[in-house]
Design a protein. Structure first.
Length: 146
């Protein structure tokens, strides 16, 4: 397996990473993905792709380094997805290990992520990977009223 950090403008973002990312985030059109990445990149958003030996993209991670008062410095994982065809083959483990190395190199004190309450398979994976459940995440939708 080969894991690569993709820079803005890399054509593999559209052709290889986005189809895998859309398995987790089906609302992302190519245009919306570009818009989010353009705004997010200046906020630290980065993307990493995992490739099988045959060159197929089988995993994607969106992440950023964040400085804040609660953890001081953390690597926050926005997205972590393994393509359905490659689940339970070690892709997620290797992506997390890659991100942990980034976090350690950047002097982070934590690697954090949120996971929807309905994603129980993902929760089992995170617990196996020795991530702890340390907080509740609260949200309030601010969609414009019709």
């Amino acid at each position: 397996m080969k894991i690569i950090d993709l820079e803005p403008g890399d054509p593999r973002l559209d052709t290889e990473l986005l189809p895998v990312l859309r398995e987790l985030r089906p609302h992302l059109t190519p245009e919306l993905f570009h818009e989010v990445y353009e705004r997010g990149h200046v906020q630290g958003l980065r993307f990493t792709a995992a490739y099988a030996d045959d060159g197929t993209c089988v995993g994607a991670a969106g992440w950023r380094i964040v400085d804040n008062t609660s953890t001081l410095r953390q690597l926050y994982v926005d997205d972590l997805v393994t393509s359905e065809s490659a689940r339970s083959t070690g892709v997620g483990h290797q992506l997390l290990a890659h991100l942990e190395a980034h976090a350690r190199d950047a002097g982070c004190y934590e690697l954090d992520l949120d996971s929807g309450t309905h994603r129980t398979d993902a929760h089992r994976f995170y617990l196996r990977e020795r991530l702890d459940i340390v907080a509740f995440h609260f949200a309030k939708s601010l969609k414009p009223e019709a």
